[in-house]
Design a protein around this ligand. Structure first.
Ligand code: NAP
Length: 295
């Protein structure tokens, strides 16, 4: 297919939006997925799916065959298999990788940081020009509060005063869609992406409460208490990794940046818009249905 864009992580939050956007603009998409059945159910029919695991260099090589531009999600091997295949992909001209802000010094590296910092470095070492997107924490992180909000009106977190410029993943996808079709950098370009507002946890919880019509509050938990509370849903090692990220972000104080508007030509969506569009996930009646139907 001429001038296809390879989208990895196409069944994920950002990848799904990106695939829809590109297909909607008549850009040929080759979507690399682990589960073709699930992909067929969630992706537009115009997207051509290729099966494969991102940690398998042979599968990535097949997916990259003849492709000039690729959107890369870093898998658990921190981009190693992708980089090996990219080094041999003769048509490849531009990689757009979705990463995250992470510390450069190895002393502070937990596994979640290593995936991003090492993955960026490994892709850059391929010699293929790379655009790195470093989005702020996604609005979707609020879904971690669903269990607390099903049980009561208090959200328990370890760092309530952690303020981040939370971004709607649809804005990450929109920025990626533009960058994938725009000029290729000579070697490396890094674009931090953020939402429009710096919001701490009580501010975000207030917005969720306003949308749901509930009076909600926030409780500060000790790290062990929080890890125990989420144990049924999040493995302990991963939960501790998330707390490392929070501690890093607390010191880092990510700012609001104007890049989404600069890249896409329109302002990033406020957190409230994301909550309104996902209110059903928090147990609110689905809009457009009668309360009888929704119950
Ligand atoms: N969440 C945040 O707050 C945040 C903030 C900054 C940056 N980021 C970055 O943004 C990226 C995209 O986030 P997202 O929310 O869209 O992720 P997501 O919803 O978890 O989706 C991840 C996608 O990658 C695919 N995938 C994972 N491992 C794979 C493998 N070994 N082989 C093939 N496919 C694999 C998944 O496929 P399956 O459907 O088969 O599982 C899924 O399609 C993340 O990877 C993270 O690096 C996230």
């Amino acid at each position: 297919m001429p001038d296809s864009v390879l989208v990895t992580g196409a069944t994920g939050t950002v990848g799904r939006h990106l695939t829809e956007l590109l297909c909607g603009r008549a850009v040929p998409v080759r979507a690399m997925v682990r589960d073709t059945g699930r992909a067929a159910a969630v992706l537009p029919a115009a997207a051509r799916t290729v099966p494969g695991d991102l940690t398998d260099p042979a599968a990535v090589a097949e997916a990259l065959d003849g492709v000039r531009t690729a959107f890369v999600v870093l898998a658990e091997d921190a981009g190693e298999a992708f980089a090996q295949a990219a080094e041999k992909a003769t048509a490849l001209r531009h990689l757009v990788v979705v990463s995250a802000d992470a510390p450069d010094d190895s002393a502070h590296r937990g596994p979640l940081f290593a995936r991003h910092a090492d993955g960026e470095a490994r892709l850059l070492a391929t010699g293929v020009p790379v655009t790195v997107l470093r989005p702020a924490p996604f609005a979707t992180q609020a879904l971690a509060w669903v269990a607390d909000l099903a049980a009561g009106d208090t959200v328990g977190v370890v760092h309530p005063d952690l303020a981040v410029p939370v971004i709607d993943p649809r804005d990450v996808a929109e920025a990626a869609a533009v960058v994938l079709r725009g000029p290729t950098p000579v070697r490396r370009r890094v674009l931090a992406l953020s939402g429009p507002d710096l919001l701490d946890v009580p501010a975000r919880v207030d917005i969720v409460g306003a949308v749901l019509g509930r009076r909600l509050s926030v409780a500060r938990l000790e790290p062990d208490e929080w890890v125990g509370r989420v144990a049924g849903r999040v493995p302990a090692a991963y939960a501790r990794g998330l707390l490392d990220v929070e501690r890093y972000l607390y010191e880092r104080r990510l700012p609001v940046v104007p890049t989404v508007r600069q890249i896409t030509g329109r302002p990033p969506r406020p957190f409230r818009t994301w909550v309104e569009d996902h209110a059903a996930a928090f147990g609110a009646p689905v809009r457009g249905r009668s309360s009888k139907e929704a119950s």
